[in-house]
Design a protein around this ligand. Structure first.
Ligand code: SF4
Length: 330
């Protein structure tokens, strides 16, 4: 049997507040698997959070610690992988400055996502240099660990391409051999918000990755919009027009026929259907919820674990920075 690859994988999540349920399917589930196949670096990217949350900076540390607790609760293993907080590994910013100097402005202006982000940035008072230069920091985040693999959704491929270009330019200028990362394309199922719109903090329509109690989870599920044509219990419905069904497709593989037939024939009510969904989500989240609460209840222990991860990350980051400086003869 062939040995599993232990190529290095770097990824992270921008800190903007508590994680939502979509992070399970798009992130946690994949990451827990990746750590068996790769040497993983999982970052809590608080400098990236700061680009938009700089006015509420006092919240970022708390969110970051909570995010580490989420990572651990959902199965990331600090012995197998390196789990760290970005700002506590200052080498990220040192490499960012190196890369910022060799990245032409035009490269950033051409990033397709910047065009969409720019309008939002102007509206939200985040039309700042930090947000504009975000992809350069991403390149540094990857290169500082010599990351070979980077999991990305289809919408982030252009960012990774820019990282590759920046690293290539560095290698060309300084005759260096920094690792050029390649993508692992991941799929993130679209999960609707409670009101059927895109799940977003600004709409307050999200379910947390780890709701504090089962009751809180049930309350959120009960608030989900259903097929608007199904006004009375006796009206047949169409699951394809219902957000609850979208969730069932992810959480209730064994109950899908019950949902589909029951909805179309009015054999079940929306209350029954939502109760089943809460039950199925809770089957996955009850364990992580208990673990997360345990981790947050002992902050000292959690902070020790964070320090351990930061130190592991720094050891690698320092090595890369030495390489950078010696390549640059600086
Ligand atoms: S029975 Fe379920 S799928 Fe059908 S409309 Fe109600 S909540 Fe939606």
């Amino acid at each position: 049997m062939s040995q599993p690859s232990r190529e290095r994988l770097m990824t992270g999540i921008r800190v903007t507040g508590p994680l939502h349920i979509g992070h399970y399917w798009g992130t946690m589930k994949n990451w827990a698997q990746f750590q068996n196949d790769y040497e993983c670096f999982f970052g809590v990217m608080d400098w990236h959070g700061m680009t938009s949350a700089y006015k509420i900076s006092s919240q970022i540390l708390g969110w970051s610690e909570e995010m580490v607790a989420e990572f651990l609760a959902w199965g990331l293993d600090p012995e197998k992988s390196t789990i760290f907080i970005q700002s506590q590994v200052p080498e990220h910013l040192e490499l960012f400055m190196v890369f910022a100097n060799l990245t032409p402005m035009g490269w950033l202006e051409r990033v397709p996502t910047w065009k969409d982000a720019e309008a939002d940035a102007k509206q939200s008072d985040t039309h700042n240099l930090g947000r504009f230069a975000y992809p350069v920091l991403q390149a540094a985040d990857i290169a500082i660990y010599q990351g070979k693999k980077v999991p990305v959704g289809a919408d982030q491929v252009s960012h990774l391409e820019l990282s590759r270009e920046i690293i290539r330019r560095f290698n060309h200028l300084y005759k260096a051999k920094l690792t050029e990362p390649t993508a692992i394309l991941t799929e993130t199922p679209a999960i609707p918000g409670l009101d059927g719109r895109k799940m977003s903090k600004s709409y307050s329509n999200f379910v947390l990755l780890t709701e504090e109690t089962e009751k809180a989870l049930r309350k959120k599920v009960n608030a989900m919009v259903t097929d608007p044509q199904r006004v009375h219990r006796t009206d047949p419905g169409d699951p394809l027009k219902c957000s609850v069904y979208g969730y069932h497709k992810l959480y209730s593989q064994g109950d899908l026929t019950w949902v589909e037939e029951g909805c179309r024939s009015a054999g079940i009510g929306c209350g029954d259907c939502k109760a089943k969904l809460s039950e199925n989500i809770d089957k996955i989240s009850a364990g992580p919820r208990a673990l997360k609460q345990e981790l947050l209840a002992d902050r000292k222990k959690l902070r020790d674990m964070i320090r351990f991860g930061n130190e592991k990350a720094r050891n690698e980051a320092r090595k890369t920075l030495e390489l950078i400086r010696s390549s640059m003869k600086w």
